[in-house]
Ligand binder design. Structure first.
Ligand SMILES: Cc1ncc(C[n+]2csc(CCOP(=O)(O)OP(=O)(O)O)c2C)c(N)n1
Ligand SMILES: [Mg+2]
Length: 792
């Protein structure tokens, strides 16, 4: 052998040693991760004192299913900056991994699912261990990574982040049943249209859902589903042991048997074990002489180990698959696993919520070689030098700078926005004009604004903004209508410079995209000011995704228009009734329903700041297409503060007032008219304008709660305002939405109250007819006042 080939052989040998030793360390981690996850759940259910008789829960089977995959991911494949949505029930595995990295505490693991402890499902806001995306509602974490990848494209193509750093991968760990959620398909289609890159989905294909076994037909269509949207699909079915056996005599027959085996039978045999495998295979393949010899080589335990050696439990196979991906094509790994792998209920069809008994746990502990008292030890029971393992953990890429992005500073917002001119305007029109005016006069703010809409860009009045700023696309597209000289008020110029992301008709996608854009600072270190528009009634279409966005503390402005019956001829199918209650009840979302353009200008300005502040949140503006005569008024600092705080007296009550009308949004002209009529006989009657039911309510609840100790409830804005009205007076509240939105105002001081609003499905009509029918017009308000006085 030449010197050179001896050297190369030595190098190859060293490399093989290194690989073997790394594999051994990873196997130790895989074992430890599984142990800690299972123990965490066991401790929470069996060992922690209980006070309320509730089962604590946790998913040992779902966790065991992904222990190997997540070990390979976190301790090898992940690069700094990669972001992961972990399948909800793998939360214990996630926390165990972070514990090994030193990013999670033992106390929190001991308090898994207890108040203040590690959360049942990974939570960005409540867990301390660096969760990238919250999960819990199936299908949303999966969709989220696609839209996070789109957000990443956006900030990179705009140069808002250092593009010398390669793009990160947005990765979802997905349950196989989770793949059936509509949000998954919706996201897949939409992000395919946007040619999104750098997305991985890793499907834990354990063939089990919560209730049952996933149908075989589904698996057969999985590939086609992904290929339809140009994903690469990598199916990892067999582990190395099985792959080797397939090369032996009888191996081919065994492989065919496995491939033909129905999901339900495979799961059942995985639960029953070696003898059952043997009986089924030898009877099904009785005509194959080689199979008997092959089976005879294995005792029951090793036969069971062989047949459950699926790729999703085979570290080497997974590591190779992950490291084999070097491009940015969206990739789906379908990894065959067994739900509950390595645990006594592996493969049992009802194992979703199964918990190991004390006896089973004790046997498992022995098998894992964990001494009593060493259950939380990071290295107990492992065949490895702890220092070596610790050093390895500290050396993996994920341990070295996952927070490679520093949050960017916020975008300075001007002290005032110009109020759109015009004596008669709707809030929707004012909104469109405000955006274009920001575009003209505040370039720094405008450059960070990004708008999006599910095919209602034009009808929600974003067209002016889109004309000015263009539509975002990864590459330039030719605008054929312009080329062909077709006259149109809307220019649709698509390219990387565009600042509007157009979505297909899918409100769920709108909210997930807003969530992703609204977390861009946390995810990528780039400040964005996202604004999404939608028809108000169709908020309900994406409500869980909206909740999901808020749950993760995503920051965006949602502009919903038109709203209520005020949309008139559009009719009941497009009419929103209880969306104001969503605004009132949804944590993390502050709702406004202004009536006038000057109010909207102040609110939008405030919102741009609020979505960037540490203790801020998302904002929902409920707007209308009804043009209103605009007040010609001096815009004082006090008025501005009151508008932002949620209400002001348009006409303050006199000292002898026995009534105040409280109105919100587009019905203000009717309230003004009623106030005029009532005022003829009762000149002290007050007229209050509510601009934000949700700000008023939150303030009343929160500050009211705090101040009840100090006795300073007067600081509460609505208490201050209604405190000016004599206690004996009554209130008539009115809005184009559910009356419960404002009915609570009667309890503030308290006052008698008659809440008006809409609580029935609507129909087509013009505003006079509709307001009469639903009791929102001036006669209805006057009539309600009469009823109130009769009650007195
Ligand atoms: C939107 C939603 N619907 C229902 C549930 C309840 N649920 C939790 S897990 C689960 C089945 C999950 O099966 P799979 O995705 O295959 O995950 P596995 O546990 O098998 O890994 C269901 C229906 C949920 N969490 N979210
Ligand atoms: Mg499953």
């Amino acid at each position: 052998m030449s010197q050179r080939s001896m050297k190369s052989a030595r190098m190859q040998g060293a490399e093989a040693d290194f690989r073997a030793s790394k594999l051994h360390l990873l196997r130790c981690l895989e074992q430890k991760v599984l142990w800690l996850a299972v123990w965490m759940i066991h401790n929470a259910n069996h060992l922690r004192p209980k006070r309320d008789g509730l089962k604590v829960g946790g998913h040992q089977a779902s966790s065991a299913s992904v222990a190997t995959i997540m070990t390979a991911l976190y301790f090898d494949a992940l690069r700094p900056g990669d972001r992961v949505a972990v399948k909800p029930h793998a939360s214990p595995i996630y926390h165990a991994i972070q514990y090994l990295f030193g990013r999670q505490t033992r106390e929190n693991l001991e308090r898994f699912r207890a108040f203040g402890g590690a959360q049942s499902y990974p939570s960005r806001t409540k867990d301390i261990d660096g969760v990238d995306f919250s999960t819990g509602s199936m299908g949303l974490g999966v969709a989220m990574v696609n839209f996070a990848a789109l957000a990443q494209e956006y900030v990179r193509l705009k140069g808002f982040v250092d593009t010398n750093v390669p793009p990160s991968r947005m990765i979802a760990l997905v349950g196989d049943a989770e793949l059936e959620e509509g949000s998954v398909f919706e996201a897949m289609l939409e992000t395919w249209k946007h040619d999104v890159r750098n997305v991985w989905w890793i499907v834990d294909y354990n063939r089990q859902s919560l209730d049952a076994i996933v149908p075989d037909r589904f698996a057969q269509r999985l590939d086609q589903m992904f290929h339809a949207t140009e994903w690469r699909v990598i199916t990892l079915k067999y582990g190395k042991l099985l792959q080797q056996v397939f090369l032996m005599p009888g191996g081919e027959a065994l492989r065919n048997w496995i491939d033909a085996c129905p999901n339900s039978l495979y799961s059942a045999l995985a639960f029953k074990g070696g003898a059952a495998w043997r009986q089924h295979i030898s009877s099904d393949l009785a005509g194959c002489a080689e199979i008997r010899d092959l089976l005879d080589k294995y005792d029951d335990d090793s036969l069971h180990a062989l047949l459950t050696n699926l790729a999703g439990h085979d570290l080497e196979t997974i590591l190779e698959a992950f490291s084999g991906i070097t491009d940015d094509q969206p990739t789906c790994f379908v990894m065959y696993t067994i739900k509950g792998y390595g645990l006594p209920f592996a493969g049992h069809k009802d194992n979703h919520a199964s918990l190991m008994t004390l006896e089973q746990m004790s046997a498992f502990q022995k098998a894992m070689n964990i001494p009593e008292g060493g259950e939380w030890d990071r290295f107990a029971g492992l065949d490895v030098n702890p220092e070596e393992l610790q050093q390895f953990i500290g050396s993996v890429p994920f341990a070295n700078g996952t927070e490679s992005y520093q949050p960017a500073s916020s975008v300075p917002v001007p002290a005032d926005l110009d109020v759109p001119a015009g004596s008669r305007l709707s809030t929707q029109e004012a909104f469109g004009r405000l955006l274009t005016s920001i575009g003209r006069t505040h370039p720094q703010v405008a450059s960070r604004m990004v708008t999006t809409s599910p095919d209602v860009t034009v009808s929600t009045n974003l067209a002016g903004w889109v004309n000015q700023r263009g539509v975002f696309a990864r590459r330039e597209y030719l605008d054929h209508s312009r080329q062909e000289n077709i006259l149109s008020p809307v220019r649709w110029v698509q390219g990387p410079a565009g600042q509007h992301i157009e979505l297909g008709i899918c409100e769920n996608n709108l909210f997930i995209l807003l969530a992703a854009l609204g977390m861009s600072n946390a995810l990528f270190g780039a400040s964005l000011l996202p604004i999404g528009t939608v028809y108000d009634p169709f908020i309900c279409r994406g409500l869980d995704a909206l909740n999901y966005a808020c749950y993760q503390n995503a920051r965006f402005i949602l502009v919903a228009t038109p709203s209520g019956v005020t949309l008139g001829p559009e009719g009941g199918a497009h009419q929103s009734i209880y969306t104001p209650l969503i605004g009132l009840g949804q944590p993390g979302l502050t709702m406004f329903e202004p009536a006038y353009a000057d109010e909207l200008a102040a609110i939008l300005r405030w919102s741009l700041e609020y979505i960037q502040s540490d203790d801020g949140g998302a904002v929902y503006l409920r707007l209308s297409t009804r043009p209103l005569d605009q007040p010609n008024r001096v815009w004082t600092g006090q008025l501005k503060t009151d508008v932002i705080n949620g209400a002001y007296w348009l006409v303050p009550p006199g000292k002898d007032a026995d009534l105040a009308i409280v109105a919100c949004g587009a019905v203000l002209p009717e309230a003004i008219e009623a106030h005029k009529r009532i005022g003829e006989g009762r000149p002290d009657t007050g007229l209050m304008v509510v601009t934000s039911p949700s700000r008023l309510h939150d303030d009343w609840i929160e500050r009211g709660r705090k101040s009840s100790d100090s006795g300073s409830a007067q600081d509460v804005h609505i208490v201050t305002l209604l405190g000016q009205l004599p206690r004996k007076a009554g209130l008539i509240t009115v809005l184009d939405g559910h009356p419960a939105t404002l009915s609570w105002l009667g309890a503030v001081i308290p006052h008698k109250i008659i809440p008006l609003g809409c609580d029935r499905f609507g129909q087509s009509g013009d505003i006079p007819d509709l307001y009469r029918e639903y009791g929102l017009d001036a006669p209805a308000i006057v009539g309600a006042a009469g009823r109130l006085f009769c009650r007195a």
